[in-house]
Design a protein around this ligand. Structure first.
Ligand code: PLP
Length: 373
């Protein structure tokens, strides 16, 4: 059997629905700011329970727009976790700010709250970007939110991986001051190319984001800010509108596969003396994940275990193999607040087993059996 790391399976009638919508756009020459964008706005606010949604071209732009909208610029310090995708780091640099990496907590692999407090004391940052990695978030998200609000630090939540997840029983973006997302095809809500967006409960910030993403426009030829073109077009909006209709089904399917992996691990460890070559992580308590990624730690290293699985036809991921502070592109801007360099250890050992919508039982069984044979 061959099982790739990701297989973007869709519903039997999905592609046909997309084609007829795209055909209509083509015939009416509706490509920018059409009816699909309006539909997307309503549907996504209903799904996320956020107050405002600002569509944009991709998830990286979304972070830059959010930073700009809250006034982050030249010389401002911005904290970010050492464990994230490079886009988070890039966005800070691209607005002229100074990134400070903060190590992660070994329980949830998200920014460590105590190290965050140390970083705040040392740098008085104007903003912090929390990255909700793996469809989870920090166990202490509520404390991050309260602290930032009390100290007037802008908290931007990079939610590229977390749409559809719940924190303390609430959709995660509902109580975010400002959060960003990516609709990169492999994300939980993926487009047919690049797209992204911003959620905020603040109407003034929402207005600035909308303008920044469209040349700083206040009218067609009136430009209140220097923004850029980061529009989301109708091709992507149509695709996302249809995908949103199926999103709950897709997430349920991901979650149920995730549970099957964990059930296998629990049974193996109870009934036999077989040692698994990895330790599967469950979603931390208080969080209901969207099933974006299966997360395990290899007993040896990612490389070794991935090679064993590859020979059995199984793809897997290593999200992510390098800390931000170790990236060549960071150069001298690699200040890291840490005690035990947890990110460095996790990067070497983290392994993500296949987890995508509509996985079949025989696929999960094959992967599980391959782990013990
Ligand atoms: C995917 C991702 C991004 C970037 O999104 P793009 O749409 O690819 O620009 C940013 N942050 C995180 C955590 C991501 O996973």
């Amino acid at each position: 059997m061959q099982i790739p790391f990701i297989n973007l399976r869709v519903e039997p009638d999905f592609n046909q629905k997309i084609k007829s919508r795209w055909e209509e756009s083509l015939e009416k020459s509706q490509f920018i700011a059409g009816k699909a964008l309006t539909e997307l706005n309503h549907k996504i606010l209903d799904f996320t329970k956020a107050k405002n949604f600002i569509p944009c071209a991709n998830g990286t732009d979304a972070i830059q727009i959010a930073l700009r909208a809250v006034g982050i610029g030249q010389g401002d310090y911005v904290l970010l976790p050492d464990f994230t995708f490079w886009a988070t780091y890039e966005a800070i640099i691209n607005v002229g700010a100074k990134p400070i990496m903060v190590d992660i907590c070994p329980q949830d692999f998200q920014m460590d709250f105590d190290l965050f407090l140390m970083a705040v004391a040392k740098y008085s940052p104007k903003a912090i970007i929390l990255v909700h990695l793996y469809g989870w978030c920090s166990l202490r998200l509520a404390e991050f939110r309260e602290f930032c609000k009390a100290k007037n630090i802008y908290l931007i939540e990079d939610g590229a991986q977390v749409i559809g997840s719940f924190y303390q029983g609430k959709p995660i973006f509902e109580n975010a001051f400002i959060a960003t997302t990516s609709f990169y095809p492999a994300k939980v809500l993926g487009a047919a190319g690049d797209a992204g967006g911003i959620f905020t409960n603040n109407p003034e910030i929402a207005q600035i984001c909308t303008q920044l993403a469209n040349h700083g426009r206040s009218s067609h030829y009136g430009h209140e800010y220097v923004g850029w073109n980061s529009r989301l077009d109708e091709v992507q909006a149509h695709y996302l509108v249809v995908a949103l209709d199926y999103l709950t089904k897709r997430i349920d399917s991901r979650r149920s596969s995730e549970k099957k992996y964990l059930k296998f691990q629990a049974e193996i460890s109870q009934n036999t003396k077989i040692n698994l070559p990895l330790e599967m992580k469950a979603t931390p308590p208080g969080i209901e994940s969207n099933g974006y990624l299966q997360v395990s730690l290899a007993k040896t290293s990612y490389k070794e275990l991935a090679e064993t699985l590859r020979l059995k036809g199984i793809g897997c991921g290593n999200v992510y193999p390098s800390p931000m502070s170790a990236q060549k592109g960071a150069g001298q801007l690699n200040e890291l607040i840490t005690k035990d360099r947890i990110t460095y250890e996790v990067c070497k050992r983290v392994i993500n087993l296949p987890l995508f919508p509509y996985m079949r039982d025989e696929e999960i069984n094959y992967i599980c059996e391959s782990l013990i044979s």
